[in-house]
Design a protein around this ligand. Structure first.
Ligand SMILES: [Cu+2]
Length: 341
């Protein structure tokens, strides 16, 4: 796992990536079939619109020059601009044809891009449910075998080359799921289920972000998507299903006692412990994540301590309350959370 230096969230993307950050968060990332389709469509629209625009500007300049020459010659060219002028009529018909052809070409390109994405969506081999909350992401990997269903938070793993259906829900207000390198945006709406299909084509780490203003900490509602080979993904899933290890060090053991029996257990679940609430993020493998508080701080000892000590200071308005912990308890809780890998 990458370790950050504890600097501000602005430096987080660089700290998160031991790999290339070239397409970490880029609409030109082309890291999934859907992003590639969108970008192809974008290029076609850009070229057609650029040609149209060039024609319009050329005609505009031509008409200004012509008008100026006529003024200088003090000639009032009665009738020459009239629509009954044969040359003008031909010109208008050609222009109408160019515009019509351009619009039809764009409609056809759009149709085929939609069709291609719908075909990919029809062959999904994996479904995950992402539920948005102010301001974090609950992620559930669905399985026909309920014992294999995995719940995590703020970090999504996807196998490369496998079409995935991401079911989108919201627990509070409207959010928007957006991983620019992989696909377009899709809203998460309370009381409604949306979905988006993604077929990742490039192994890598990609940043996602809520793209619909959802409150004070909207900017700190991020997540990362790790696209990896299928075998690695299955291994990760199996590891994720393992319960949290019971710590042996005295300080972490004291933290285990506190977290699983006191305030923390009222909101969080930790597999294999008495803590099983679902209000907040599942913490079973919390320290394996790359960030604390949905992309707000890099994951490291200092930042876990800082977050537990004063969540409202780090992320004002977050639903996680400040629990007045004695220094010993704070050290113990931090030590225990660090063992959750
Ligand atoms: Cu938001």
């Amino acid at each position: 796992m990458m370790r950050g230096s504890g600097k501000a969230a602005a430096s987080l993307p660089l700290l998160l990536c031991g790999c290339s950050i070239q397409h970490y968060q880029s609409t030109f990332g082309n890291a999934a079939e859907e992003a590639r389709q969108f970008n192809t469509l974008f290029v076609i629209f850009l070229i057609v619109c650029a040609v149209m625009y060039a024609f319009v500007i050329a005609f505009l300049i031509g008409s200004i020059v012509r008008r100026r020459r006529a003024s200088e010659a003090n000639v009032f060219e009665t009738g020459r601009h009239h629509a009954t002028n044969p040359a003008m009529q031909t010109g208008l018909m050609v222009w109408g044809g160019v515009v019509g052809t351009g619009l039809i070409a764009l409609a056809i390109a759009s149709f085929f891009a939609d069709r291609s994405m719908a075909q990919a969506a029809a062959h999904e081999k994996l479904s995950i449910t992402v539920t948005a909350n102010q301001w974090w992401w609950d992620v559930q990997y669905n399985s026909a075998d309920v014992s294999k269903t995995l719940r995590t938070a703020n970090e999504i793993h996807l196998p490369v080359g496998v079409p995935v259906r991401i079911i989108l829900r919201s627990n509070d207000v409207i959010h928007s799921f957006w991983v620019p390198s992989l696909a377009g945006k899709q809203d998460l709406i309370p009381g409604r289920e949306n979905d988006i299909s993604v077929t990742p084509t490039k192994v890598g780490l990609y940043r996602g972000q809520c793209a619909e203003f959802c409150g004070a900490q909207h900017a700190n509602m991020a997540f990362v998507v790790q696209v990896e080979p299928y075998a690695d993904f299955i291994k990760w899933w199996e590891q994720g299903l393992q319960p949290a290890k019971t710590p042996t060090a005295p300080l972490a053991m004291a933290g285990y006692q506190y977290v699983t029996t006191r305030e923390c257990a009222m909101c969080h679940a930790i597999g294999g412990t008495p803590a099983n609430a679902t209000v907040g993020p599942d913490l079973t493998h919390f320290a394996s994540n790359r960030s604390v508080a949905a992309g707000t701080l890099p994951m490291n000892h200092a930042n876990i301590r800082r977050w537990v000590d004063d969540p409202q200071g780090v992320k004002p308005g977050t639903k996680m309350p400040k629990v007045p912990l004695a220094p010993n308890d704070l050290n113990a809780v931090t030590a225990y959370l660090e063992t959750l890998k």
